[in-house]
Design a binder for this molecule. Structure first.
Ligand code: HEC
Ligand code: HEC
Ligand code: HEC
Ligand code: HEC
Ligand code: HEC
Ligand code: HEC
Ligand code: HEC
Ligand code: HEC
Ligand code: HEC
Ligand code: HEC
Ligand code: HEC
Length: 491
């Protein structure tokens, strides 16, 4: 027992000796701890800088070897007092932006914080116009700084939310910068799976800094922002595609992979079409929860309004609700939405309808699916035929622009019919397809007529050419005869 205590004592001495001796040598710390007894020196005992042998004087200047207060804190000794404004961050940058200096302390931390901060949205000038909006100490505090991985750090995942929202949930403060800036991020965040878990002490789910960054936070409209539409999938996938990181939650980690392959993903990531949804368009920004059965069609319906309206008044609405099936996702999936083609319709093996409608199951729907498919196939066939005739007529140089223009009506009807599928109503579908078929047969008729006319004209032209030829030959012969007659007279 005694032995154990001895070793414990030795252990403590070894650990605390350097700090203790530092305390003894360093007059700033010594006087401030023992004589002044201020909060700063109290906090500083746990400070990572203190543990690295850094003194008050390394930030405040002055001479830490001198016992006399006035001598130690003399501006001639480099004492700067309490740094204000941008000088605060410059004090920190003095080391943190200097790789050589940091190396001397045995640190391999990045040294870009000051540079990043200046070019970030928080690097704009504050309302006083004299300094940046945030300084290093706004997020890290100035004394009692610990490693960012320490759960006591104000930027530790469980605390960072509070650190950011001391400004971002403060309406009167934010108003002085940008009256249009919402201040509801915290409220919304707390309703999300991320926010609820964070509140319950789980540091792994996303918090403010995992989506926005820390020193390099940019305005959300900035294309370099981690939450700009085209960058969002990568931002979310840092965690959601990391099987190891997500292991304990037992949810799939294939969302990015599937999304990137989908029509939405291709449009957003390859064509940079910001009209296509990124993860947050369906899951919300701060309320990142899976859209529940109730809200899925609302989510899709924000962009595909017509499809959603039709679905709502279709027979599937009630049938799906009763079975707790999500409205759009049941047929289209959520992350891997493939191009919608006619193949999805009907009763063939690739058709979605045949998953639930068979000759012995939900029979009426089976019949309707079959009819719808044959209608849309017929329309497509007629459209192709009309197009072919128009092309043929055009190649023969006929004036066919009017019929060609009408082809648009056919195409329009075909596109409309693809949307009208979602009425799951044979009559309504028939009406749209019917309009297309009527237009197609008019175009077919006009194109055929113009081709016929071409041949008719060609026949006519042949006859006319023959007549003219005969006439020309006759004329020639007649002239020759006249000439001969005249020649004879002359002789
Ligand atoms: C012998 C005691 C003593 C020593 C040594 C000493 N200080 Fe102080 N320091 C004080 C006292 C007392 C005050 C409060 C003075 C006041 O309120 O005007 C003070 C104030 C300060 C302040 C706040 C100034 C302000 O304007 O509010 C800073 C910063 C400071 N000291 C840093 C240092 C540093 C750095 C060193 C070492 C280079 C140091 N002190 C050495 C006693 C000391
Ligand atoms: C890592 C740099 C750093 C170290 C080391 C440091 N300080 Fe400071 N200190 C600051 C900064 C930055 C401020 C201004 C903070 C602010 O405005 O929030 C400050 C402010 C102060 C103030 C004024 C507080 C006030 O509210 O006006 C005192 C007093 C002070 N420090 C004392 C000390 C003492 C004593 C030590 C050593 C035990 C020390 N500091 C070590 C960076 C440091
Ligand atoms: C808007 C808040 C904010 C400001 C301002 C800020 N930081 Fe940070 N800082 C963070 C967050 C959040 C982290 C944690 C990042 C992480 O876990 O990846 C961090 C991490 C760090 C780290 C750990 C290494 C690293 O880069 O991740 C250092 C060192 C650091 N900050 C220094 C600074 C310095 C120096 C300044 C001023 C130039 C500063 N910070 C300004 C929020 C801030
Ligand atoms: C004299 C040099 C020096 C100054 C000045 C300085 N630091 Fe540090 N800082 C260090 C060193 C060295 C470390 C330890 C790095 C390590 O453990 O790799 C450190 C660590 C940190 C960490 C913890 C990083 C981690 O490991 O997670 C933060 C946060 C931090 N400093 C913020 C600040 C802030 C804020 C200021 C200004 C108020 C400041 N530092 C001023 C040298 C300095
Ligand atoms: C899961 C990722 C994620 C988390 C966590 C997150 N944000 Fe956001 N944040 C976003 C996205 C995405 C946007 C909006 C981008 C857009 O509209 O183009 C956004 C927008 C913002 C905006 C701009 C104003 C607005 O509301 O549209 C602010 C400010 C903001 N976030 C702050 C925060 C704060 C503070 C926290 C922590 C409480 C936080 N965010 C947590 C992803 C996130
Ligand atoms: C000192 C108060 C303060 C703190 C702390 C702070 N911010 Fe900000 N932040 C602002 C202000 C002010 C703006 C608005 C700048 C502007 O547009 O004029 C802003 C802008 C933003 C924006 C851009 C919003 C947009 O509309 O484009 C995001 C994102 C953001 N902050 C996220 C964060 C995160 C994440 C944290 C915590 C790591 C944080 N902020 C900490 C004050 C703060
Ligand atoms: C820092 C890592 C991290 C980031 C970044 C992140 N998430 Fe998460 N997310 C998690 C963790 C961990 C969970 C908790 C899983 C659980 O409870 O099922 C989660 C849960 C979710 C859930 C709920 C899943 C469920 O069914 O429970 C959704 C939806 C979600 N995240 C979407 C997003 C979106 C969208 C983004 C990007 C805007 C994002 N996440 C960014 C880590 C992250
Ligand atoms: C077009 C809308 C949409 C987009 C875009 C989208 N999601 Fe989803 N996500 C959903 C729907 C719908 C669900 C399923 C909800 C349910 O079953 O209740 C879901 C479920 C999830 C879940 C829960 C686990 C799972 O796989 O079922 C996570 C995590 C998730 N999405 C993350 C993401 C990420 C990360 C992205 C971007 C790469 C993304 N989502 C893009 C609609 C979308
Ligand atoms: C933010 C708007 C937006 C949201 C939300 C959205 N989409 Fe889309 N969707 C688009 C855009 C834009 C395209 C066209 C992509 C392209 O082909 O260029 C598209 C394409 C599609 C396609 C392929 C269409 C075709 O002609 O092949 C289907 C199917 C689809 N979305 C279904 C859904 C479903 C289901 C949801 C909900 C889970 C959803 N969308 C949510 C914008 C959105
Ligand atoms: C019962 C299955 C089913 C459901 C439920 C369903 N769709 Fe479709 N959807 C289809 C089929 C089949 C097609 C392809 C039609 C074609 O091309 O012939 C399609 C095509 C589409 C298209 C491309 C055609 C167009 O309108 O531009 C979009 C977008 C679309 N669906 C969105 C949605 C949305 C949004 C929902 C939910 C409100 C939804 N779908 C629900 C079966 C379904
Ligand atoms: C997830 C299963 C499912 C899929 C996929 C599905 N249906 Fe249905 N459908 C149903 C159910 C369930 C009913 C209600 C049957 C009942 O009440 O008898 C229904 C009803 C219908 C009805 C109304 C029948 C009536 O009794 O009036 C039509 C029409 C219909 N479906 C067409 C389609 C078409 C076309 C497709 C493919 C684009 C399709 N369905 C895909 C499950 C599905």
């Amino acid at each position: 027992m005694k032995r154990k205590l001895f070793y414990l004592g030795l252990f403590c001495t070894v650990i605390f000796l350097p700090a203790q001796s530092l305390l003894a040598d360093d007059q700033c710390i010594s006087c401030h701890t023992n004589t002044v007894g201020d909060k700063q020196s109290e906090l500083f005992k746990h400070d990572i800088h203190f543990k690295k042998g850094i003194s008050c004087a390394d930030c405040h200047g002055g001479n830490s070897k001198l016992e006399d207060m006035d001598a130690a804190m003399n501006p001639k000794e480099g004492f700067i007092g309490v740094p204000k404004g941008d000088n605060i961050s410059k004090t920190c940058a003095h080391c943190h932006a200097d790789p050589e200096k940091m190396k001397k302390y045995g640190s391999s931390l990045p040294t870009n914080q000051w540079e990043s901060l200046q070019s970030s949205v928080h690097g704009k000038l504050s309302t006083t116009g004299k300094e940046h909006i945030t300084q290093c100490v706004t997020c890290h505090d100035s004394h009692g700084i610990v490693s960012v991985k320490n759960s006591a750090s104000p930027v530790f995942p469980l605390n960072v939310v509070k650190t950011c929202t001391k400004c971002h949930a403060n309406a009167s403060f934010m108003q002085t910068y940008n009256p249009a800036m919402p201040v509801d991020q915290l409220d919304k965040y707390r309703t999300s799976v991320h926010g609820v878990r964070n509140r319950n002490g789980d540091p792994k789910p996303a918090q403010c800094a995992s989506c926005h960054g820390s020193h390099d936070i940019r305005g959300i409209k900035d294309v370099k922002s981690s939450v700009y539409a085209t960058n969002i999938p990568t931002t979310c996938s840092k965690c959601h595609s990391n099987a190891e990181y997500m292991k304990q939650y037992k949810i799939p980690t294939d969302q990015y992979e599937k999304f990137a392959r989908s029509e939405h993903g291709k449009a957003l990531l390859q064509k940079h079409d910001v009209g296509a949804p990124a993860c947050n368009d369906c899951h919300g920004n701060h309320g990142a929860t899976p859209p529940g059965v109730e809200s899925v069609s609302k989510v899709c319906g924000t962009c595909h309004a017509l499809n959603a309206d039709l679905f709502s008044s279709s027979p599937h609405k009630k049938a799906f609700d009763e079975r707790k099936l999500p409205e759009c996702e049941t047929c289209h999936s959520n992350h891997e939405i493939v191009a919608a083609t006619d193949k999805l319709l009907g009763v063939g093996s690739e058709a979605v309808c045949s998953r639930c409608h068979q000759t012995n199951q939900n029979v009426k729907g089976y019949a309707v699916a079959k009819t719808m498919r044959s209608l849309i196939d017929s329309l497509e066939f007629m459209e192709q035929n009309a197009e072919m005739l128009v092309n043929e007529s055009e190649q023969r140089g006929m004036e066919i622009s009017e019929a060609k223009f009408k082809l648009r009506d056919v195409r329009q009807a075909r596109l409309q019919s693809r949307t009208m599928v979602h009425s799951f109503n044979e009559q309504k579908f028939h009406d749209v397809v019917g309009k297309g078929m009527t237009a197609a047969s008019i175009v077919q008729g006009e194109a055929q007529a113009s081709i016929d006319e071409y041949y008719f004209r060609r026949k006519g032209l042949g006859v006319a050419t023959l007549i003219i030829t005969i006439f020309t030959i006759s004329l020639y012969l007649y002239i020759r005869r006249l000439e001969r007659k005249q020649n004879k007279k002359v002789i």
